[in-house]
Design a protein around this ligand. Structure first.
Ligand code: NDP
Length: 295
């Protein structure tokens, strides 16, 4: 172990949530609405239940309204689409989040694309993806947005840095790559068919790991002094037989080489919900003619 600076996402997220709470209060005081966030959960996946409960709790703590819709696992696609349509037309709801994964009888893309882009606080709707790629104003996916905030806080200007994003999912890898491109990084988007993965990673000033493969990024994959953002959340057996959380990066090895690194847990994870609250605030402002930057 080492001298890498540990990037404290938990503390950063707590400060961000407090700041959002202050902005929500100022918005209400200026005659604006109470931002409302609707969270839709279909089925009883235990991890999704924990995530949606935490999202609802933190929404209320920030002074916003929370609308929770828990539907049975056998709910049809038509029923989910009908609920989304109702929420799209509900003026008290400024943000809509449909918790993924959805049960197999429901086409996730159809549901995501049915959400009004202005209320799509997850930023997964094709309209918002298009705006991110073309440089327009839209909703940015929460996890990559949280990673970007941590990076800017750690490094300041990202212009000209070589960034490698490991993983090309629609919810993390791809939007992360486009956010970094927007910051004028030179971006490599790597995946399971990338040749010489370790060599690609060793070129990175900024390495984002989002593969879902426990501790696959070894210390000797990391350039000395690089900033490492570990998005992975993997449950593996610990020494005492209990399950523990690890990231996609071998943390102890990485600490000996990296300049700065996010831990798991306590790094990117807490930023995701904080950014969701920020997106809900932004959505409420934009839908009611307020400038989110003015608070
Ligand atoms: P996906 O499974 O959707 O995507 C994984 C990506 O990693 C794919 O692009 C895949 O490549 C690539 N990959 C998988 N194995 C390898 C490998 N051996 N070498 C190179 N690339 C590989 O995962 P998500 O993007 O949804 O999530 C990634 C991780 O981030 C997970 O651990 C997840 O739990 C975590 N996560 C954390 C969040 C947070 O709030 N902190 C939020 C969301 C996710 P290919 O496309 O070629 O198959």
């Amino acid at each position: 172990m080492a001298d890498a600076k540990i990037i404290d996402g938990k503390a950063f997220a707590a400060t961000l949530r407090a700041e959002i709470g202050r902005k929500v209060a100022a918005l209400k005081k200026s005659g604006g609405p109470t931002p409302g966030l609707a969270v839709v959960l279909v089925g009883e996946d235990p991890a999704s239940q924990i995530y949606t409960r935490n999202k609802a709790k933190q929404t209320l703590e920030a002074g916003m309204q929370s609308f929770k819709h828990d539907l049975p696992a056998e709910t049809s696609q038509a029923e989910v689409l009908a609920l989304v349509d109702r929420l799209n037309h509900d003026p008290a709801v400024h943000g809509i989040l449909v918790q993924l994964p959805l049960p197999p009888q429901i086409d996730s893309n159809a549901v995501i694309d049915a959400i009004d882009p202005a209320k799509d606080v997850d930023g997964f709707n094709a309209v918002n993806v298009g705006r991110l790629v073309t440089g327009g104003v839209g909703m940015v996916p929460c996890t990559p947005l949280g990673c970007l905030m941590l990076l800017k806080d750690a490094l300041g200007d990202l212009k000209g840095k070589r960034a490698v994003v490991l993983g090309r999912s629609n919810i993390v890898g791809k939007p992360m790559a486009f956010l970094l491109l927007r910051e004028h990084c030179t971006v490599t988007l790597a995946h399971s068919r990338t040749a010489d993965l370790a060599d690609e990673c060793r070129r990175a000033d900024i390495l984002i790991a989002a593969t879902g493969q426990p501790q696959m990024v070894r210390g000797d994959w990391i350039r000395k002094g690089a900033t490492v953002i570990d998005v992975g959340i993997n449950r593996v057996p610990g020494e005492n037989g209990k399950m523990k959380l690890v990231g996609d990066v071998a943390f102890d090895e990485a600490c000996a080489v990296a300049g700065a690194i996010t831990p798991v847990p306590g790094g990117v994870g807490p930023m995701t919900i904080a950014c969701l609250l920020q997106n809900a605030f932004t959505a409420a402002c934009r839908q009611t003619g307020h400038d989110p930057e003015s608070f």
